[in-house]
Design a protein around this ligand. Structure first.
Ligand code: 5GP
Length: 189
């Protein structure tokens, strides 16, 4: 197996990206290690610092930008910053594992450009914008204004899909996981 590959998974939020990543990691056969991003948003219920994200104060996040500690960072929502830490990628790749990134579409395009042949980029597509809205409502972690914002943004984000190596429609979750698994498997083997 090829070691130290970078797997980029991007999607509008609510497309099941995190669920797909968890399912892939649970299978355990592709030696995938999750790159924990930094963000200045508050933790949702059940989220743990250092596991889901490094939850930082805004000043701290901006200090890391100034110190050039990010591979990439984006203001994904107004005032909400997210970034991939160089230290995370270096640690995981340095230990000889493959690294999997859950990042927004712009970040995904940027990391693919930087990493070129070392990276595979996969865009997870919702079956439709209506399905996406239903999923976000079902998740019940966001307010209705937040859901409206995310749906509007998703429509723009879908336009980035052609810049990814592959697009996988998440209609049935198990089929989407199989498809993503086989793309990664072909890439790392
Ligand atoms: P959420 O707040 O729902 O966890 O994430 C919002 C969006 O930020 C998702 O699309 C997620 O993939 C993206 N995101 C998470 N970490 C990073 C990162 O390090 N860089 C970028 N560019 N986006 C990220």
């Amino acid at each position: 197996m090829k070691k130290g590959s970078v797997i980029i998974i991007s999607a509008p939020s609510g497309c099941g990206k995190s669920t797909i990543i968890s399912a892939l990691m649970k299978r355990g056969d592709l030696d995938l290690h999750f790159s924990v991003s930094a963000t200045n948003r508050r933790p949702r219920e059940g989220e743990v610092h250092g596991v889901n994200y490094f939850f930082l104060e805004t000043d701290h996040f901006k200090q890391l930008i100034d110190d050039d500690r990010f591979v990439e960072w984006e203001e994904v929502y107004p005032g909400r910053y997210y970034g991939t830490l160089k230290s995370e990628i270096e640690r995981i790749v340095g230990e000889g594992h493959n690294v999997i990134l859950d990042i927004d579409v712009k970040g995904g395009v940027n990391v693919k450009k930087l990493m070129a042949d070392r990276a595979i980029s996969i865009f997870i597509m919702p079956p439709s914008v209506d399905t996406l809205r239903c999923r976000l409502q079902g998740r019940a972690t966001d307010s209705s204004e937040e859901i409206d914002r995310r749906v509007a943004k998703a429509e723009t984000e879908i336009g980035f899909a052609p810049q990814f190596d592959h697009t996988v429609v998440n209609d049935r979750l198990d089929e989407a996981v199989d498809r993503v698994h086989s793309l990664i498997s072909d890439f790392v083997k």
